[in-house]
Design a protein around this ligand. Sequence first.
Ligand code: NAD
Length: 432
Amino acid sequence: MKVGIIGTGYVGLPTGVGLAELGNEVVCIDKDENKINMLNSGQLTLFEGGLEGLFRKNTASEKLRFTTSMKEGVEGADLVMIAVGTPPHPVTKEADMQYIHAAARELALYLTGYTVVVTKSTVPVGTGDVVESLIKENNPQADFDVVSLPEFLREGFAIHDFFNPDRIVIGADTERARNVLKELYKPFEGKTKMLFVKRRSSETIKYASNAFLAIKIHYINEMADFCEKSGADVYEVAQGMGLDSRIGPRFLNPGPGYGGSCFPKDTNAMAAMGRANGVSLSLIEAAISGNDARKAAMAGRVLAQIKSNPQAKIAVWGLAFKDGTDDCRESPAMQIVGELLKHNANITAYDPQAMKNAAKLVGDKIKYASDMYEAAKDAEVLVILTEWPDFRQADMQKVRAQMKTLNIVDLRNLLNPDDMRAMGFKYQGIGR
Ligand code: NAD
């Protein structure tokens, strides 16, 4: 099948690579010339485990190509996917639809023959209808259907998730479009549950799923706070809860709050949709405000450690919103760093992948170390903010020898509290 993908970011690029690997002819389109030039010269524009090998293989065989030209990517395509960003509006927090609308208007001009236009971006309910009318307005002769195909990949596991999806949700209102999608996903037949639903249901499934996961994280974070006061251990509590098959063990890891490019944006967008429809989504609203407050509370725990010397060096391990990615968008780590900077904190940070992206956000307001031990040198407190396995496996004797004061605030519970205390560290984790 000939596939055009508009937007070559964290979703578009792995999806393009995956679809090419399945044998499709894929053209990835992005208006960011710099990105396309890098990709055309063989450089990846983002970090994802397993991406590079498949990228090289499929660009070499020319199954996968990159262009800034909408015409080149859309003309002759059987299927065009829109995978552009839908960031939160700075004031209303609704999904900002300008990139989706621009892509719809532009792609309309180059449709040839029957084409399925797919929204892969996370979009508010009813967007399929809007995309449909924008295409009609700009190309009244076009023969097309608009389908919602929400993306459920996890950053850091994008390639794994592309080839092993939990489910594929397809919101298509015509038989013709459903058949095209069945053809595209034929390699997954019998291996993955394929759910065909109304387009509006499909658009809702994505937000409802992300909001549910965000609430689950917020729930266990509140339980962690409770355990700290009550003398329980949140891990034992989570384990006991997770053994109930109705609850399940995943997303019961306490931490500094949820973040990343999806959960904060999607919970806010869902809450805004609730308000617009006059429906109270009180659980989502509570998770949003509780999660926001949590970042400041976590920064407070760090500041409390350096109360007597506010200029003490703080070593920060981890800036990405989670391990396995270089993405710092809405990263709890960056938000906590931001809170600390409001108090003029003296921070030296290390992250295995995300320092370049972090520097775009905070520049030289913090220092960057070349490894985790250098970050810890002369520090009076070490704060762990991202769950990279490197930190779990750190040589803590070496860290001990580097630090000025042996004090750890482990907001990801990566280290063993008993071991740390036995080594002489003052150690504070979460929920135990
Ligand atoms: P991203 O910002 O990494 O990439 C978007 C790309 O689209 C950018 O490269 C931008 O230059 C390009 N673009 C914007 N307008 C364009 C246009 N008119 N023509 C061509 N290119 C254009 O975004 P992302 O993280 O890949 O997210 C894309 C969508 O997928 C969002 O709606 C997001 O909510 C959703 N989503 C993301 C994830 C994730 O893990 N990142 C997971 C599931 C769903």
